[in-house]
Design a protein around this ligand. Structure first.
Ligand SMILES: Cc1cc2nc3c(=O)[nH]c(=O)nc-3n(C[C@H](O)[C@H](O)[C@H](O)COP(=O)(O)OP(=O)(O)OC[C@H]3O[C@@H](n4cnc5c(N)ncnc54)[C@H](O)[C@@H]3O)c2cc1C
Length: 385
């Protein structure tokens, strides 16, 4: 029943991705981290190779990978720099609600337009006063005739400065709570949309994160995805998939930190021998490897569930918490093994430790994900085994 062997096509894609990452991302990862550079040239090359839009069906201009394959490729794309890896993969979250709730015509129209360029999309949910409590959003979609007029502000939006397509969540009536929230697909060039502050971040420095402002943005019913009031449900379903994606991202971060620690343990000599000969280092490496193996197994399981059209909210939230905590622990331990050499600015493990913090915060903090996972367990919503 369980088979971890990759198909020939999966092997080909993994080789292609690893080769791309080693040649295009590895050489510039530290430099782009320092400057917070938008990785435009890399996005263009990945786009040409079919390594962007990997999970979007071919009918809408994507590469049409199943979830398991997409997540395997995602781990590899995030190995050398997760900030660049996530700029490459942001469409997975930003188009999730549109893929789930859009009609065939709307998917062809909005996703088809987006996939013509490498600039991708943005998922616009968070607001200054509505972070964990996203249902308390204030961005208003006021009904006017057959359409809507949107006013409000979203913050911490990944790819906000560049995205061609925005997946926006806004409410028609705040008194309805989450039942008033709608999902809209909006081309960036729609009048009234502007970019606010660009964030200067601790890690993930090449990830573009901005405010997006909406001022009298006129939409028609054509922009509405799903029914009025279905937006919050679509956002949560997109986040189920996004959290599995974060699990794959974290596995890539942790694997890179682990590989750096192993090669240092082989080379660094103290007390007349390689530090890898000391049992204290064996124990650390064994625990780090266990966390990586478990993280990978979790995204493969949840990805498989998605490929079978099974609901995986509990598994996705559990996996996201586990893998992001694991990446934080593994990167911290990698810095410990490299010690003084790992603590200095401009070293790979120092960057990885800063990068590992973000996945504990976004796509729902780990506290919120533990609430989702805990409630799921209590409602018997964990269905495998
Ligand atoms: C770099 C970056 C990129 C991001 N990209 C996007 C994006 O593309 N699109 C988007 O929409 N959002 C994005 N976000 C926003 C992200 O999802 C939010 O930051 C996150 O949901 C937390 O919201 P908050 O920062 O307002 O924290 P708050 O909600 O203010 O939480 C503060 C603290 O309180 C805790 N807390 C809150 N409620 C509870 C509770 N009920 N029980 C226990 N603890 C609780 C939290 O866990 C946290 O520790 C991004 C954030 C960052 C930092």
């Amino acid at each position: 029943m369980i088979d971890f062997s990759l198909t020939n096509e999966q092997k080909r894609l993994l080789d292609l991705t690893r080769d791309f990452s080693a040649k295009e991302i590895r050489p510039i990862a530290l430099e782009y981290d320092l400057d917070g550079t938008y990785p435009e040239a890399i996005l263009k090359k990945a786009y040409e190779l079919g390594l962007m839009y990997t999970n979007i069906p071919e009918t809408y201009g994507g590469s049409g990978m199943d979830y398991v394959t997409h997540y395997i490729v995602t781990e590899a794309l995030n190995y050398d720099c997760c900030a660049i890896g996530q700029m490459l993969g942001i469409s997975h979250l930003s188009t999730g609600a549109i893929l789930l709730g859009g009609t065939e015509e709307k998917k062809k129209k909005f996703l088809g337009q987006m996939t013509k360029s490498y600039r991708s999309g943005s998922f616009c949910l968070t607001e200054p006063e509505a972070g964990s409590d996203a249902g308390a959003m204030r961005t208003k979609a006021e009904k006017q005739g057959d359409g809507y007029v949107v006013n409000g502000a979203k913050c911490y939006i990944t790819n906000g400065g560049y995205a061609d397509l925005l997946c926006l969540f806004a409410t028609v009536d705040t008194s309805l709570g989450t039942k008033g929230i709608c999902c809209f697909a909006i081309p960036r060039d729609t009048p009234g949309i502007s970019v606010g502050r660009t964030e200067d971040k601790m890690g993930h420095r090449a990830l573009n994160v901005t405010e997006i402002l909406f001022e009298d943005v006129k939409l028609t019913s054509e922009n509405l995805i799903g029914e009025e009031g279905q937006g919050f449900k679509l956002a949560m379903m997109a986040l189920d998939r996004g959290r599995v994606n974060v699990t794959a991202v974290c596995t890539g971060i942790a694997q890179k930190a682990f590989d750096e620690a192993v090669s240092w343990a082989r080379e660094r000599k103290q007390f007349g021998q390689a530090i890898g000969n000391f049992q204290g280092i064996h124990f650390m490496l064994a625990d780090m490897n266990a966390l990586i193996m478990a993280s990978r197994a979790m995204y493969l399981q949840a990805g498989w569930m998605l490929d079978q059209n099974m609901r995986c909210s509990t598994e996705a939230a559990t996996a996201k918490c586990f893998a992001s905590d694991a990446a934080m622990k593994v990167t911290t331990d990698a810095v410990q093994i490299l010690a003084g050499s790992g603590y200095m600015r401009g070293t790979v493990v120092e960057k990885l430790m800063r990068d590992a913090k973000l996945p504990q915060i976004f796509e729902g903090t780990n506290q919120i994900n533990r609430i989702v996972a805990g409630r799921g367990v209590l409602s018997n919503r964990s269905i495998l085994f």
